[in-house]
Design a protein. Structure first.
Length: 271
């Protein structure tokens, strides 16, 4: 079996995780910028983090023959300081030419505040001006449906946004149609407690179909599983889905979306 991990925060994982992912058939891992567990206080702090994502982490993954790609942004949790946000966004173009950068993400909303919406709008504008793919984070739990609608409305209001180049992540049963019906890609996150589980993910595939959907673990420093994606393949097989179905959802779908960035090239044959 082969799969792509399209959303994993590997700076917070161990080398054992890299070994296990490769042994399970991982063909590439993609790492969005995210919150460090605390608010970074300066542009230089973000610059160091972006260097970690574009220099150190790809080199660490390469030791295990795993291609590593990254996304860049300022996390929604750090959007309240508008001056810092503006300074960080002004610095991001310095890194957009790095060979492993896929686009802008994971941007989005956390508590659906006015400042978060403003910074989200600035990120979207940055992505459009530089012709970048967009990866969007939706809020947790009780704020998810409202936040998802705010995100969709903002994206639709920007004339330069092409829905097929945007993936809205962390969808659940009550938000997946909001995303797919507007032409965007949907990400189902296999994360204990706050997001989805393998049975729920396969339920959504059965209800909504398998087009424009990817699965990811969003593994980070919390309770999470870097092997959640291949483990979900077992749930698919238990329900009678064949190897072609599994391959499309776990490999071909993320490949189709990510290959819109010319930097995303895998040596493994696509067939």
């Amino acid at each position: 079996m082969r799969y792509i991990e399209p959303h994993g925060h590997m700076v917070s994982r161990t080398t054992d995780d890299y070994q296990a992912m490769v042994a399970a058939g991982c063909a590439a891992v993609c790492e969005p910028a995210f919150w460090a567990g605390y608010d970074r206080g300066s542009v230089e702090g973000f610059r160091d983090y972006f260097r970690q994502l574009t220099e150190y982490e790809p080199a660490r993954a390469a030791k295990f023959l795993l291609p590593h790609y990254s996304w860049l942004c300022l996390n929604p949790k750090e959007s309240e300081d508008l001056k810092l946000a503006a300074d960080v966004l002004a610095m991001i173009p310095e890194f957009l030419g790095k060979k492993n950068v896929l686009g802008i993400g994971e941007i989005g909303l956390n508590r659906n505040t006015r400042n978060e919406l403003k910074v989200l709008e600035l990120h979207v504008d940055l992505a459009v001006r530089h012709d970048q793919l967009i990866l969007v984070h939706t809020p947790h739990l009780e704020d998810k449906k409202k936040g998802t609608q705010l995100i969709v409305d903002l994206l639709r209001s920007h004339r330069g946004v092409k829905p097929g180049r945007v993936i809205i992540d962390h969808v659940e049963e009550h938000t997946i149609r909001q995303v797919l019906d507007q032409g965007y890609w949907a990400g189902i996150t296999l994360y204990p407690d706050s997001k989805s589980s393998p049975p729920r993910a396969v339920d959504m595939l059965e209800i909504c179909g398998r087009d424009r959907i990817w699965l990811n673990s969003a593994c980070d420093w919390g309770v999470s599983d870097p092997l959640a994606v291949p483990k979900t393949a077992l749930e698919m097989r238990r329900r009678g889905y064949d190897a072609e179905f599994v391959d499309q959802v776990l490999y071909q779908n993320p490949l189709r979306f990510l290959a819109q960035c010319p930097r995303f090239v895998l040596s493994q044959p696509a067939g």
